[in-house]
Design a protein. Sequence first.
Length: 143
Amino acid sequence: MFVLDPRLQQDTIDFGHFSLSRLLLMNDCRYPWFILVPQRESLQEIHQLTGADRQQLWDESARLSLWMERYFDADKLNIAALGNIVSQLHLHHVGRRIDDPAWPNPIWGHSPAIPYSPEEIESLYREVQTEFIDLLNKSESLT
């Protein structure tokens, strides 16, 4: 049975899920930062997915990436599957801008996160639901 890592639960807002992956928003308003978590049990690496699931993850990642570039007017999109702290397989999608606080350095460890306001979360949630209406199963709640 798939269980989301407690650290991801703590640091993110659940925006629903695609056919394979849970879509999470990292609760740091300085960067457009989404995380895809394949809803499969006990995976740490992309190569552990079946071929079909691996293709589905790339398809979901590409769709999310295209929207993020367009919606956030990102100068660069960073996609990473690090797992040094959270070993559960997850794929970060971070929209970077040359005027963001950490540019051009990595965002990890730069400074403490600044949480979204409830209004910002609701607005972004509506945008995501509209963009991915054909793919996204809604989250039970926005907590």
